[in-house]
Design a protein around this ligand. Structure first.
Ligand SMILES: Cc1ncc(COP(=O)(O)O)c(C=O)c1O
Length: 350
């Protein structure tokens, strides 16, 4: 606290990211990182780009936007790229989600959403998930200024079908609907093909999870041109160079190496299904996940206690001490060895 703080700073409750421990020997299943390295072509591209470190990077990241556009079969003008999808989301909250009616999002969802609402003064209303922790499209039939939902939702991992997303978008033709697809590559259907026929849809993705580049900080949005223009206006009023040249080069290489991407994400989906089965066999209730994590609770053990005991044995998982989900653990899908270690440990603890 200081007398130099702007008034808005006093009211902030900042987002708390998952722990990034200093110890090397922990099994890290707490921040939904990819357990495998990125494509080797990423490292080669980054090395080659070091020649240009003296220069500012391209402020429009044209090569990256063109690569994303080609991959997702949209126009480069329909792509916005930012420093991680968190930055893309932040610009979206500021530039596209502040309206007279409240922004709607699920009561259980990405916990950064209310933080951006606070930072940018966006009024919001939480829409409860149903008893099975699912998003019900019908519950969003109420007056609102805009809607944002992750698909799959986080931290539940449960996905909506593309048809359900299209229904939501069609039912709110005068409101922007933002779909945060941070985990979509692990088994859900992307809403990107809907962008061409809906001017009120913005889809946001990241290279942090399925392309194993959390450390590079690259995310992007796909939507019709006026929406992208809003994000460009916010970006160019905030930071002209959100990506370093190394990040642009690495991200382009990652998107171009589709074989690596397909192989890695399939491997993770297979491990996820095995992890879910293993936990279910131990008596855990595991929500059906289409993400690179599972959300699970044990009927006889509290989430905080289990997370602390796993940590004492060198395995980090994420626990949210919040209403409705305090008994759950969010467990990132690691390598098969890491998942097996988690199952062995959990078997001894319950
Ligand atoms: C639902 C969701 N959206 C967005 C992000 C942000 O990812 P990044 O900023 O690394 O792209 C995360 C990160 O964990 C997330 O869980």
């Amino acid at each position: 606290m200081s007398r130099f703080w702007s008034p808005v700073v006093h009211g902030l409750s900042p987002y708390v990211p998952g722990e990034q421990p200093k110890l090397d020997n922990l099994i890290k299943l707490n921040t939904n990182e990819n357990p495998y390295p990125p494509s080797p072509r990423v490292l080669a591209a980054i090395t080659a780009a070091t020649d240009r470190l003296r220069l500012y990077p391209d402020p429009s990241a044209a090569s990256l936007r063109e690569t994303i556009a080609a991959y997702y079969k949209v126009a480069p003008e329909e792509v916005f790229a930012g420093n991680g999808s968190d930055e893309v989301l932040a610009h979206t909250f500021q530039g596209l989600l502040k309206h007279d009616g409240p922004l709607l999002f699920p009561d259980i969802t990405y916990s950064f959403f209310p933080v951006w609402c606070q930072l940018y003064g966006v009024s919001h209303e939480a829409v409860p998930l149903d008893a099975a922790m699912r998003i019900e499209i019908a519950d969003y039939r109420r007056p609102c200024g805009a809607i944002i939902i992750p698909n799959p939702n986080a931290p539940t991992g449960i996905a909506l079908s593309r048809d359900a997303i299209e229904q939501l978008v069609s039912e709110h033709p005068d409101q922007l609907v933002v779909i945060d697809e941070a985990y979509v590559d692990f088994g859900a259907d992307s809403a990107v093909p809907l962008v061409a026929r809906h001017d009120n849809l913005l889809v946001i993705q990241t290279l942090s999870k399925s392309r194993a580049l959390a450390g590079l900080r690259v995310g992007f949005a796909i939507g019709q041109k006026p929406l992208i223009e809003a994000l460009e206006r916010v970006k160019d009023s905030f930071n002209s160079y959100p990506h370093g040249g190394l990040a642009i080069a690495g991200a382009v290489a990652a998107i171009k190496d589709d074989a690596w991407f397909q192989q890695t994400r399939r491997r993770i989906m297979t491990s996820r299904d095995a992890l879910s089965r293993g936990l279910t066999d131990l008596g855990f209730e595991v929500l059906p996940s289409a993400a690179n994590f599972v959300f699970a609770r044990h009927p006889r053990h509290g989430g905080a206690d289990l997370a602390a005991r796993l940590r004492a044995h060198g395995v980090l998982v994420r626990h949210f001490g919040k209403p409705r989900i305090a008994d759950y653990l969010r467990i990132t899908v690691g390598t098969d060895e890491e998942c097996a270690r988690l199952i062995d440990l959990a078997a001894g603890l319950i």
